[in-house]
Design a protein around this ligand. Structure first.
Ligand SMILES: [Zn+2]
Length: 361
């Protein structure tokens, strides 16, 4: 292992070096680091990042399994493992980031003036020197639900990468300092959310997609898919004002401003219709709900209404990333949504099919 900048680089890790389990593997990592898996074609490279969040193990498990299986990549694969220290904090894989520190996946833009910023800056320096073909960043969601991808804009390169893992792609102009925001029209950088961190199916989806990413000679012009590809353009966030008393249950709960059905996660990527109860509301609780458009305008009343103490949608909505963790629902958002009629669904990508400028649906 060599030190490059402030990151260790582990060249060609062998099955016998990495431990029999992902947990042993985690304990053998020196901290934030790069693994380099030499490919058949040493003149090209791709990057895979994962464990930017310490509580999202599917990507680490996938790469561990690939190395154990002795899979030789088509081109050189550089794997960046970010929040190793947070992941290793007991109980293992429980901390998104270390308390008192910033979320590493919000640090890939200046200022780089704290410990996470420095990790991000060195990672970006490594990328600049490497000039890879593309980048994927493997995550898990905090709630359960199916897999999807997130891209900073929509084009054929991003769709090709997404189709290694999923037929769903969320396109968002939100800029938070996430790694994928380094994408350009010619350099695809895609976030993959493999589903819940504790679900076996998430680990399988990560593994199968990573194997494709490693072994295919071309991952940027996939014409083979015949599945319907769904693009969710500019989803909106269902947020709650600070201090809202939020509960989950089968009916209205005393002392709660808002009670959300306990099975809300079952609606992830499903449609929510006008007759279904989305929440039970205390008297003035409707005012605690906020939905902002890209320009910061309040647009809640365009999508939601209250009737008889219940919250309903005004038109069918597709929900995703719904969470039953009240802390996340309050500090981040309860779920994302788009209107069902705004989803652009189309046959799988072919060369030249993707629009180049994000104008989809
Ligand atoms: Zn994550």
């Amino acid at each position: 292992m060599t030190l490059k900048g402030n990151h260790y680089v582990w060249m060609a890790p062998q099955p016998e070096d990495i431990g029999a389990t992902p947990i042993e593997f985690l304990h053998r990592l020196p901290g934030p680091c790069w693994l380099v898996l030499p490919g058949r074609d040493r003149s090209r490279s791709r990057v895979m990042a994962t464990l930017l969040h310490g509580n999202e193990p599917s990507g680490l498990m996938a790469i561990h399994r690939c190395i154990l299986a002795g899979i030789q990549p088509a081109v050189d694969i550089h794997v960046f493992l970010g929040s190793v220290i947070a992941a290793r904090t007991e109980p293992l894989f429980s901390q998104r980031f270390l308390s008192g520190h910033r979320d590493l996946n919000r640090c890939f833009r200046p200022p780089f003036n704290d410990s996470e910023g420095v990790i991000a800056q060195h990672m970006l320096d490594y990328l600049t020197a490497l000039q890879p073909e593309c980048l994927i960043d493997i995550h898990n969601t905090s709630g359960s639900g199916p897999e999807f991808s997130v891209a900073p804009f929509d084009n054929a390169l991003h769709r090709s990468l997404a189709q290694l893992f999923t037929h769903r792609m969320i396109v968002t102009e939100l800029r938070l300092g996430a790694l994928m925001e380094i994408a350009t029209p010619k350099f695809a950088a895609l976030t993959v959310e493999c589903g819940g961190a504790n679900e076996h199916s998430s680990h399988e989806i990560a593994y199968e997609g990573v194997v494709r990413y490693l072994t295919r000679s071309d991952v940027l012009s996939d014409a083979s898919s015949t599945t319907i590809f769904e693009v969710f353009d500019e989803p909106l966030r269902f947020e709650l004002e600070d201090g809202t008393a939020l509960q989950y249950g089968e009916g209205p709960i005393d002392d709660a401003d808002i009670t959300i059905p306990a099975n809300i996660e079952n609606y992830n990527f499903g449609d929510f219709h006008r007759h279904q109860i989305l929440a039970w509301l205390e008297r003035s609780a409707f005012e605690k709900i906020t939905v902002k458009d890209l320009y910061g305008n309040e647009v809640r009343d365009n999508y939601f209404e209250q009737r008889d103490g219940c919250l309903f949608v005004k038109q069918s909505l597709r929900l995703f990333m719904a969470t039953t963790r009240a802390d996340i629902a309050l500090s981040d958002c309860l779920f994302y949504f788009v209107t069902t009629d705004a989803i652009s669904a189309q046959p799988g990508n072919g060369p030249g099919n993707g629009s180049g400028n994000g104008e989809v649906g």
